[in-house]
Design a protein around this ligand. Structure first.
Ligand code: GLN
Length: 551
């Protein structure tokens, strides 16, 4: 329960997290970890992300460049850091928790065209900065004591300037009692000198101060312990107190980070800044997870056959959900990333040697799909646990259509015209159903089903058993659907449609009852999995893989 007695219910405090020196310092994880620590102290939190790039949202960005697109319940396509926020705090993110420069400008230009500015000259200050301030200050919801806002990129980036300026203004307007600046920097180790260097951190803070922001806490990322001498040097040159120079060492698992940063005193410093009492934190749930992760009882090998395997960030939530499935079963999940195109041409048996389960994740476009279809077939024929997510479900349906139901041309219209569209755009055969789906125009001119939608599970099915209920809600991000017109033919050959949209039109889940564990889902269960509450399907899949390993 949030201790609203400590912080007033209506006036949240704001923590602004910025980064310097280089990108990829784990600012998102640091923000999520600090939020989790404040929760452990009994406070309510909300996390927000400000992204300085010009895309309106990350929905159209390549997973190769930007990592996965994280989808919220209310259908926003957001930055993958929001996934960390949810996993670490259990607080569901919303559309209003992520904003980009592109979105800000598109709002402003719309207003300008409507004449909302009454003829004023529209400028970065105050119009863009006001838009940013409104985003930061937007209602954070009931019981929120702290709003943590992370700014993407690093200080000094041209595109980040309006964001830093807006935060500077907020610091001034709300005062130190309500605002804290946390700056994340890097202390590189220079092998030739045998020393950790503080200069880049000093420069980065100088940069921040030159735009009017004095950080209150520095989180210094380093790959080895920082000496006391260096801590006091940083404190002196950067004008922060020594206890506010926090050492952020690399951790073996991301779930160790809250415990590690707590030990270094990051949450204590935050409370001290806001003059809040330093009461003990309840970190038991983090300790439990850490305990399991460091002392697993065995392992399983999972093959993930996908398209973006060179950049694991493209499947961030998925790999985390597998870790959570491991936590649920007390085992370590080892992932083997397999490029689907290569798999399509290789010797399946050899590539999958020592694997205990196959997962085919979501994806877009035709490239690599024949490999995914082969993977579904291999799993089905070899009684190997199979988990197909979104495109992975569609591939399993195509496979069953071709090889069980006697439909050799079965395909998805996503890959071109076909006379057997077992997967296609819902609007191609369902008229009038658009009403019940939240859609979004895209460059492809199609529609995307985005965000949380309900599904009804068939009594007695494997999925109903896994979930332990008959009605679920899961997040979607796709354009194509399994074609209900093929339901009877597929069910006749053993592929059961065990989860459907409540109106019975859109297949949500397929499974093969006559198989140890074969499930395909049209949604993305990985987005809702959390270390403390592993998603039932991931827990079930890992359990099945473990059983497969032990036979
Ligand atoms: N490309 C498929 C579709 O749009 C699957 C999408 C996905 O896997 N997220 O329906």
């Amino acid at each position: 329960m949030p201790k609203t007695s400590h912080a007033d219910a209506n006036t949240p405090r704001y923590i602004f997290i910025t980064g310097g020196v280089v990108s990829s310092l784990g600012k998102g994880l640091a923000s999520a970890s600090l939020a989790a620590l404040l929760q452990a102290r009994g406070y309510g939190v909300r996390l927000r992300k400000l992204d300085p790039y010009l895309n309106v949202d990350p929905g159209t960005m390549s997973p190769y460049q930007h990592g996965e697109v994280y989808v919220t319940d209310d259908g926003a396509e957001t930055d993958l850091d929001l996934g960390h926020y949810e996993r670490f705090t259990g607080v569901s993110a919303h559309q209003r928790d992520n904003i980009t420069t592109g979105r800000i400008y598109s709002n402003i230009i719309e207003k300008e065209r409507r004449g909302d500015y009454l003829g004023a000259t529209v400028q970065v200050i105050p119009h863009v900065t006001n838009e940013i301030k409104n985003f930061v200050l937007a209602d954070a919801g009931e019981g929120v004591d702290f709003v943590l806002c992370e700014v993407g990129g690093t200080v000094g980036d041209i595109e980040g300037l309006p964001f830093f300026e807006a935060l500077r203004q907020l610091g001034q307007e709300l005062g130190r009692e309500r605002v804290l600046f946390l700056h994340v920097t890097l202390l590189p180790y220079i092998a030739a000198a045998g020393e950790v260097k503080t200069k880049p951190t000093q420069h980065s803070v100088k940069e921040l101060r030159s735009i009017g922001i004095q950080p209150d806490i520095l989180l210094c990322r380093a790959d080895r312990p920082i000496s006391e001498g260096d801590i006091s040097k940083i404190a002196r040159f950067c004008n922060v107190r020594e206890s506010a120079v926090i050492q952020g060492l690399d951790a073996p698992s991301i779930y160790d980070v809250p415990l590690a940063y707590h030990k270094e005193g990051i949450d204590r410093e935050v409370l001290r800044h806001f003059r809040l009492e330093d009461e003990p934190a309840d970190l038991s749930r983090w300790e439990d997870i850490s305990q399991i992760l460091h002392n697993p009882d065995g392992y399983v090998n999972i093959a993930v056959i996908g398209k973006y395997t060179v950049l694991p960030d493209a499947y961030k939530s998925l790999s985390e959900a597998l870790v959570h499935g491991g936590i649920a079963n007390n085992v370590r999940v080892k992932i083997k990333w397999i490029e689907s195109e290569a798999f399509g041409e290789g010797d399946c048996g050899a590539i999958l040697k020592d694997m205990h389960g196959i997962l085919v994740p979501g994806g877009f476009g035709e490239r690599g799909t024949e490999g995914k279809i082969r993977a579904a077939r291999y799993a089905r024929e070899h009684d190997m646990p199979y988990f197909g997510i979104c495109l992975g479900m569609q591939m399993a349906v195509i496979e069953a259509s071709r090889n069980l139901a006697g439909l050799p041309n079965a395909a998805s219209t996503e890959f071109g015209a076909t006379d057997t569209p077992v997967v296609g755009l819902m609007t191609e055969w369902i008229r009038g159903n658009e009403k019940q789906t939240r859609t979004k125009d895209t460059d492809l001119g199609g529609t995307m089903r985005l965000g949380a939608y309900p599904a009804v599970l068939e009594k007695g099915s494997l999925v109903a058993e896994m979930y332990g209920c008959e009605r679920i809600e899961e997040r979607h991000r796709h354009r194509y659907e399994v074609n209900i017109e093929y339901k009877e033919r597929l069910e006749a050959v053993g592929l059961k449609f065990s989860g459907m949209s409540p109106d019975g039109i859109l297949p949500e889940i397929v499974e093969i009852p006559d198989h140890p564990w074969f499930i395909g889902v049209q949604f993305h269960p990985e987005l809702k999995s959390r270390p403390f509450e592993p998603h039932p399907l991931f827990a079930g899949f890992v359990a099945a893989a473990l059983k497969n390993r032990l036979v």
